[in-house]
Design a protein around this ligand. Structure first.
Ligand SMILES: [Fe+2]
Ligand SMILES: [Fe+2]
Length: 134
């Protein structure tokens, strides 16, 4: 199910990271919309590429920030990012033929839930560690 960006729920107070999260949610929603509207596989694959690119860039930015500030739970956080990207990339490798769309939708639900929970927990923990007042 598409995630609706909600400042109160998702905003962590670090502008770059918040902007990334917003864009990443939009990219995921776009993939979902294209699958729902039975767009051509090549169009879906392009949107998925964009999502993977945004996710990879965002994770790299976040990890760099955590490394620079010596976040103690960095390794665990990197592991979470890695698992997400691997799973997202394996969806990318599969085709989007009509009979596979149900599987693709179920996977997208997983990614929506993951993103929502990750931002509100793992990322929020980091921001709280960095800025205890937030
Ligand atoms: Fe993260
Ligand atoms: Fe994040």
């Amino acid at each position: 199910m598409a995630i609706e960006w909600n400042e109160r729920v998702f905003r962590l107070g670090v502008d770059d990271i918040d902007a990334d999260h917003h864009r990443k949610i939009e990219a995921l929603n776009k993939v979902e919309f294209l699958i729902e509207s039975e767009a051509e596989a090549s169009v879906i694959a392009k949107a998925l590429d964009e999502l993977i690119k945004r996710a990879a860039e965002h994770f790299a930015r976040e990890e760099e920030l955590m490394r620079r500030t010596r976040y103690p739970a960095l390794d665990k956080h990197i592991e979470l990012h890695k698992e997400f990207l691997e799973r997202l990339s394996s969806l990318h490798a599969s085709s989007f033929s009509a009979e596979k769309q149900t599987d693709a939708r179920a996977e997208l639900d997983f990614f929506s839930d993951w993103m929502s929970v990750h931002i509100q927990n793992a990322d929020r923990n980091y921001v709280h560690w960095l800025h205890p007042e937030r």
